[in-house]
Design a binder for this molecule. Structure first.
Ligand code: BGC
Length: 748
């Protein structure tokens, strides 16, 4: 489909749908020079995006402006269609441009860990490791490659806007979208998503950070009221967005489904206007999550610029409100200006889409390379890993469909696997957005290829005694355990589902040389931890996950990832041991993307009383010992930390990290701070890190400049940030729970 087909069909469509089409959505083709002329002064690329937007805006009618402020339906979703939906290139949404002025349509696609809906559209996309996995690399260059790959594949498939860049903090680890986000720390999550966005947008797609904000659980996501103090919001979830926006300069922010302190996030003046556009000076546009718009005047005044995917509130109703004087023209101009300047900023106008073949090989390389850095080695007793090719004669591979593939995360993030779902008969692919999809990336095959001298056998793990028997007769047993997550649901618990704990128990009893490989989208509890020799967290591993995993298991590549979220011992240790269930009257309308105009107000709410104590801060403050702490990850080599120095004036922390082992590796050296007593914080915060490559015996000086914002507190009285005077304790080391180096920074 696309531009050419639309041109051919245009007279017919216009005839049939005349009253719906004040704007003709054809995208102008050709380079910017060719189109720059006296009557199109906005094509002058030496002007700023704001100047260019102003020049176009002056030429636009009210209908054309309003056309920029809403969607035109959602491909593949029968109840969200308009006569223009078929033009959307198969994506989740489209906003029509202004053809007569050379302003293109905005073609939006979901693209969390790769471009969505490629299967339905007969295309191909690379699946990267989950966002949480990539965050575990703590590597900003990897985040950049991640974003650039998605940007390239969006463009190749005919899109010019991503609906990606999830950065909701992991406040609730059972959240079904945890794998789409970047973990529990605002600095790590914000920095990673910012670098991802920066490089994605550089490919000439509009970057989008989502879901703003406090959309931290999926249960009742369309109705839940998140109750949270301004201080807690500012220092946690909002801070992650702010850091991401500062680094990545994304042209768009998607507001979320939930309510925040009473008002829906897409009509919340505090978060949209006061903070995002006011305090942070965000100049791009805010689009609603799909069906997340609930009003016309209120949403418009609060700072929503673009309704998706329909025009229920920002179409004819918005025009009527302007005509009746209920919405001032200045508000419409501001919304339209924001959309236009975003198009100029990200290059949509100057670089029209040209569809092309996705660079499959390059994508696979990138996916593998990032996954190799994302895998976290959690336990390695007596050096059971890496597998020694000359010593290991036989390996039992058990469970997790490891003979055919590895599991992926579902919902609107889902990337379609080439060849279909590996555990279904050929030809049967995903039919539902919450299908459990296994990529055809078989760890069994990858390990056989990596260890040709070993006898490697597979047991499905469905019969515990036969699995145990195979484990017993093998040198080593590797159990593959998976946990599936998706948008639109939360996990009932962090326990591995489907009897997998019993399987691991049985195998570990039969052979203590058991390694567990986890394919999970969030933390899991591990009642069997003491009985197994090794644990490897592979996350949702992407299109080349099996090869990356085999490389780490065999030591071809050293393990370097570190957890971007805490793994608790039990749900009892979480701020909320259970997620409050929906009330009877709310059941059935809380979780899907289905919040229609007629939705009745709900009383369902969640109080985020833990406030600023998200993730590791909570465990430390509450004296709860986690199973694995934030920032933790082992390596096949060892490192030592020494010589911490601080420069209070410049806020620089420097120290030496040495590779004391025999293998090359990369160490993520982490720096934390404990604020002066006046801050009232009985926990440390991450204030910086550096990922350093070190050869055997090599030492390097790590130097981290701490951003004063990371040492500041939000003061509700003065509605601003304060850098308190006093002594700041500085701690550095390999994880949040191990910080051998101590020093101070003094703020006078
Ligand atoms: C999700 C968004 C997504 C949108 C469009 C919604 O259900 O919450 O993350 O971008 O659908 O598919």
């Amino acid at each position: 489909m696309g531009i050419r087909r639309f041109r051919t069909c245009l007279p017919l469509v216009a005839g049939l749908m005349g009253m719906l089409m004040p704007v003709i959505p054809v995208m102008a083709q050709g380079g910017s020079d060719e189109r720059a002329s006296a009557d199109r002064p906005w094509m002058n690329t030496s002007l700023s995006p704001d100047e260019r937007a102003d020049l176009v805006l002056k030429q636009m009618t009210l209908d054309e402006k309003i056309g920029l402020l809403h969607g035109t339906g959602m491909a593949h979703t029968p109840n969200w269609q308009t006569p223009l939906t078929y033009l959307s290139n198969g994506g989740a949404g489209m906003t029509v441009g202004v053809e007569r002025l050379g302003i293109p349509n905005i073609y939006m696609s979901d693209a969390a860990y790769g471009v969505r809906s490629s299967g339905e559209n007969g295309r191909y996309s690379t699946a990267l490791p989950s966002n949480l996995g990539a965050a575990s690399s703590w590597n900003t260059e990897a985040a950049c490659e991640y974003g650039a790959l998605i940007g390239r594949e969006l463009r190749a498939q005919g899109y010019n806007m991503t609906l990606g860049g999830g950065v909701n903090l992991t406040r609730e680890p059972r959240n079904g979208r945890t794998f789409e986000y970047m973990g529990e720390d605002p600095l790590l999550a914000g920095t990673m998503v910012g670098n991802l966005m920066k490089c994605e947008q550089a490919e000439h797609v509009i970057g989008d950070i989502k879901h703003y904000a406090i959309n931290d659980q999926e249960t009742g996501r369309n109705i839940v009221n998140a109750v949270i103090s301004k201080k807690a919001m500012q220092e946690t979830d909002l801070l992650a967005f702010h850091i991401g926006i500062n680094i990545g300069n994304p042209a768009a922010v998607m507001c979320s489904y939930n309510r925040i302190n009473g008002d829906y996030a897409c009509e919340n003046k505090y978060t949209l206007t006061d903070v995002l556009k006011g305090e942070w000076g965000f100049k791009g546009f805010v689009l609603s999550d799909w069906g997340g718009t609930h009003s016309t005047e209120k949403a418009s005044a609060a700072g929503l610029d673009n309704e998706q995917p329909m025009d229920h509130y920002f179409g004819p109703k918005l025009k009527a409100a302007v005509d009746a004087g209920r919405v001032p023209m200045s508000e419409i101009d501001d919304h339209a200006h924001r959309v236009l300047r975003s198009m100029f900023l990200s290059g949509l106008v100057d670089y029209p889409i040209e569809k092309s073949v996705v660079d499959v090989e390059r994508g696979l390389d990138t996916a593998q390379h990032i996954e190799e850095q994302s895998i976290v080695l959690l336990k390695n007793d007596k050096g059971i890993l890496p597998l020694n090719a000359s010593r290991v004669k036989s390996i039992a591979i058990i469970g997790g469909h490891a003979d055919v593939g590895m599991i992926s995360g579902g919902g609107s993030a889902q990337v379609d696997p080439p060849g279909g779902n590996a555990i279904m008969p050929p030809g049967q692919g995903a039919t539902h957005w919450q299908e459990h999809i296994w990529f055809p990336t078989s760890p069994l095959k990858a390990l056989k290829a990596a260890l040709p001298g070993a006898k490697i056998e597979f047991n499905a793990g469905t019969d515990l005694s036969s699995a145990a028997a195979l484990a017993k007769s093998s040198d080593i047993a590797i159990v593959f355990a998976s946990q599936w997550l998706s948008e639109g649901m939360d996990l009932p618990s962090l326990s591995l589902p489907d009897n997998q704990n019993a399987l691991i128990d049985a195998v570990a009893k039969a052979n203590p040389r058991t390694i567990v490989v986890l394919e999970t989208g969030t933390a899991v509890t591990m009642p069997w931890l003491g009985d197994v020799a090794g644990v490897v967290e592979a996350w949702y591993a992407g299109s080349r996950g099996h090869i990356a995993l085999a490389n780490v298991l065999t030591g071809e590549v050293n393990a370097t990832g570190k957890l971007a979220m805490t793994f608790p011992k039990s749900e009892q240790d979480l701020p909320r041991p259970v997620i409050a269930p929906l009330t009877k009257e709310d059941e059935g309308q809380g979780n899907g993307a289905v919040n229609g105009p007629d939705h009745v107000a709900s009383k369902y709410s969640v109080s985020y009383d833990e406030g600023v104590k998200v993730g590791y801060k909570w465990y430390e403050a509450e004296h709860k010992q986690p199973l694995f702490p934030f920032g933790f990850g082992l390596s096949y080599t060892t490192y030592s930390y020494s010589d911490l120095k601080t420069d209070s004036g410049q806020k620089i922390v420097s120290f030496t990290v040495k590779n004391t082992g025999k293998r090359a590796g990369a160490e993520v050296a982490e720096v934390y701070a404990q604020l002066p007593e006046a801050a009232g914080e009985n926990f440390q915060r991450l204030v910086g890190w550096q990922r350093v490559d070190l050869g055997p015996g090599e030492s390097k000086t790590v130097s981290v400049t701490v951003d004063p914002q990371m040492l500041s507190v939000f003061d509700e009285q003065s509605n601003g940030w304060q850098l308190l005077k006093g002594q700041y304790r500085i701690l550095a080391g390999p994880s949040s729970a191990e910080t051998p180096l101590k020093g101070t920074i003094e703020i006078k």
